[in-house]
Design a protein around this ligand. Structure first.
Ligand code: BGC
Length: 435
């Protein structure tokens, strides 16, 4: 590798790598922000959810509606008690059609149209399904008014749908359901996806006290045992006390809400590919990659998604064949040198590693806050595409916990809850029904 390129890569890795010392500092800042957030002065909103943890004995069949960042997933969930459940039926649809026929995340769409689309999907789903009530997971910052009512505070994840901010979400869904003849479907609970993930983990494990998502967006919640005891939705994606690179600043200034959700923009699936694109573009412009020729797609925002990032990071073939094919097929760059491809892989790994260490640093802060000295076991329920699909991502978070907590890391179990964000809506509906 030419000297300049090696230097550039080193600079990049230094800017993105978080040492153990930096991780400790970030964790401490997070603790300060957690305390500040509970009294209203922080980048963390620390939203009360009024939701308790389940006993694991709740039973019944519920419709779970999971309104995430990219998809809406409907599930008919039967809670069997003893921490067991069965998904009887499920259906998923995208909020933005990849071929451009519709986009319910755009400014041109109204809340009414969005919820009518959702009600239409629910109406077809319920044709051969039986449930009397529904739990809704709505993965955005909301002020909770009651267990089944919450007002959207603001959009995140680049959503722009009009006439939803400031409105009560369950009423929007209920009105749309009534319009489709489904007024009988009882709206039992409305929760954040992190709450759903924690509820799912806690349904089968009494030590679960943290729930976290790293998918299109990022956020974490935990169970606050001090009175009034309840799950707190931290809105951790808005945390901002960590080192930003020039690429983070650029991505932020190109985003729809500059200055907001800085942690989310550094760790979540909606943004990781874009960070990579900005780094690549910079390197090509400096003549360090692809013989200095800028592929057209690299000039356009959001042209690398997280699954492509996973492909770059996971290519273990000696000649980086998968990366070669991806460059040829998607970017029309052919032939490429092995060095080009190695650089691409390094960039992907660097961006992914920082994401995992940043997310891990926030868990360290939360654990230190909940249980200084780590006296008891903790289960962290995890959901989202980074945990589920990014090769090695969860292992990197676990390695960091070991690096910082040493032997005591054994007391912490990060567990994948597999669609926990949605299943949790059914559990929440059951918890509310049992009250
Ligand atoms: C939202 C959170 C949500 C997270 C994960 C963020 O953009 O603000 O409420 O939990 O994404 O979906």
């Amino acid at each position: 590798m030419a000297k300049l390129l090696t230097q550039k890569l080193e600079q990049l890795q230094n800017a993105f790598y978080l040492s153990a010392e930096q991780v400790r500092e970030i964790a401490e800042k997070l603790q300060t922000e957690m305390t500040g957030g509970l009294s209203g002065q922080s980048s963390l909103q620390m939203l009360p959810t009024f939701m308790q943890l389940p006993a694991g004995s709740e039973t019944g069949t519920f419709l779970a509606v999971d309104f995430g960042g990219t998809n809406v997933r409907l599930q008919l969930v039967e809670l069997l008690g003893q921490g067991q459940y069965a998904v009887k039926k499920q259906h998923s649809c995208r909020l933005k059609d990849p071929s451009g026929r519709y986009d319910f995340t755009a400014r041109e769409t109204t809340g009414e149209a969005l919820f009518d689309f959702l009600a239409g999907q629910i109406a077809s789903f319920m044709e051969d399904a039986c449930a009397a009530s529904l739990g809704l997971t709505f993965s955005f910052p909301c002020r909770q008014l009651a267990a089944n009512k919450a007002v959207l505070l603001h959009w995140t994840k680049e959503f722009q749908t009009s006439a939803v901010i400031g409105r009560e979400i369950m009423s929007l869904l209920s009105a749309a359901l009534a319009g489709r003849g489904l007024a009988w479907l009882q709206p039992a609970a409305l929760i954040n996806d992190t709450t759903g993930t924690l509820l799912t983990a806690a349904y089968s494990n009494p030590h679960a006290d943290i729930g976290s998502i790293c998918g299109t967006g990022h956020n974490t919640c935990y169970f606050e045992a001090k009175a009034p005891a309840m799950i707190i939705n931290m809105e951790a994606g808005n945390f901002k006390h960590f080192p930003l690179t020039k690429y983070d600043r650029l991505l932020d200034s190109n985003s729809r809400q500059p200055g907001a959700q800085l942690l989310e923009k550094a760790v979540a699936g909606r943004y990781l590919g874009e960070i990579c694109r900005l780094i690549l573009l910079d390197m090509v412009e400096q003549g360090l990659l692809f013989r200095g020729k800028i592929p057209a797609l690299l000039r356009q925002q959001q042209t690398i998604d997280t699954s492509e990032l996973a492909l770059l990071a996971a290519d273990d073939t000696p000649s980086l064949l998968h990366i070669d094919r991806w460059l040829a097929a998607k970017h029309n760059i052919y032939p490429t040198t092995l060095t080009d491809r190695q650089v691409l892989k390094k960039i992907a790994l660097t961006v992914i590693l920082r994401s995992a260490r940043l997310v891990g640093a926030t868990y360290i802060g939360i654990l230190q806050q909940l249980d200084p000295g780590l006296q008891r076991p903790h289960v962290i329920g995890l959901d989202g595409s980074l945990f589920e699909k990014m090769p090695g991502y969860l292992a990197k978070v676990q390695e960091l916990l070991q690096e910082i907590f040493k032997d005591k890391a054994e007391r912490i179990s990060p567990v994948l809850t597999g669609s926990g964000s949605g299943i949790g809506a059914a559990i929440a509906a059951a918890v509310c029904a049992d009250k």
